[in-house]
Write a new protein. Structure first.
Length: 327
């Protein structure tokens, strides 16, 4: 399925992109125990000139998520070179913020290390979960990771008391910038607690200690819309963001209310303009992504631009890829 990507700011207003889906890339086998279902939030990183590594979260039979990866051929990102058959990041210690699940959301190279920002899941007796953000570090080029701290680096606070979820971290003009999902409140819809979360921004000098201002940067279109899991990159002086958006109501039952890809642009990385209608990456007529487009993530290599994403059932059907082709 094809579509167009327009940047609406003046410096890039003439840039028109066509989107071509390349298909499903990977779905877990279940043979290793930890990977019974799902390939949550595909997060790519270029390991070397021969390897693009895509980290993802896989669920076990108890619905607990751990992080693993597959390696792809950069010359053909639909070609799998290697499947890692054990977690690179396991559950945290009992009682910690990530004892019920860990899920990658952003990977960044720092000196000779690879830093993984990940969602830590801790179950609750009132709502279904509490999420926070932790950091794990790899010193062997992304094969194994160790927690930098046992606790989170972004958590609920006195001004953000409900939930901190999937983020994307970039280094920009000498500072670290984190675009993250923040819970604004829980509400009850059809006798079920649902979280209203939106995208916010934080800055840091070291990638660990963050300054937050608790301001939504992608305003929701209505009281039921939620926005999450940003993917941010800078090109020709313009910032671009992909994100997931859906309704809080009926999103599990009605595919029309489920996740879709959103798109926004900014000249300073702070004030953003939504351009959702210019990103025509929509569900297919049938198949693995016929109900939803979830967790889109941008990746570029040797001048080519791609979007990794999940399809139906929040990643249960695996992850796929689309290419952005300039006209």
């Amino acid at each position: 399925m094809a579509g167009k990507l327009f940047c609406l700011h003046s410096r890039a207003k003439n840039k028109i992109m066509k989107i071509q889906k390349l298909g499903l890339v990977y779905s877990v086998s279940g043979k290793n125990g930890f990977d019974i279902s799902h390939c949550h939030k595909p997060t790519p990183v270029l390991i070397d000139e021969n390897t693009v590594r895509v980290y993802f979260g896989a669920r076990d039979e108890k619905n607990k998520t751990r992080v693993s990866y597959v390696d792809l051929d950069p010359s053909d990102l639909t070609k799998i070179k290697y499947i890692h058959e054990k977690p690179v990041l396991d559950l945290g210690k009992t009682g910690t913020f990530d004892d019920s699940g860990v899920n990658v959301c952003s990977v960044i190279k720092k000196d000779n290390e690879i830093w993984m920002y990940y969602i830590g899941v801790n179950t609750s007796t009132t709502v279904h979960m509490r999420n926070s953000i932790g950091i794990a570090v790899s010193k062997d080029n992304g094969i194994t990771f160790s927690r930098l701290y046992e606790g989170p680096v972004l958590d609920r606070s006195k001004t953000e008391p409900y939930y901190v979820g999937a983020c994307d971290v970039i280094q920009d003009d000498g500072q670290w910038v984190c675009y993250y999902t923040c819970g604004k409140h829980w509400t009850t819809i059809n006798n079920k607690h649902e979280i209203n979360y939106q995208i916010q921004r934080a800055t840091s000098k070291n990638g660990v200690d963050w300054i937050r201002n608790n301001e939504i940067i992608i305003p929701p279109e209505n009281e039921y819309e939620v926005c999450a899991r940003p993917s941010v990159w800078k090109e020709n002086g313009v910032y671009h963001m992909l994100y997931s958006k859906r309704s809080m109501a009926e999103f599990r039952e009605n595919p029309r209310m489920n996740y879709r890809a959103g798109y926004a642009t900014s000249l300073d990385g702070i004030s953003w303009k939504r351009c959702d209608e210019k990103l025509d990456l929509n569900p297919s007529e049938s198949g693995w992504d016929s109900d939803a487009i979830a967790y889109p993530y941008f990746f570029s290599y040797e001048g080519k631009k791609y979007i990794f994403y999940n399809g139906n059932e929040f990643g249960k059907t695996g992850f796929g890829i689309a290419e952005l082709i300039a006209r």
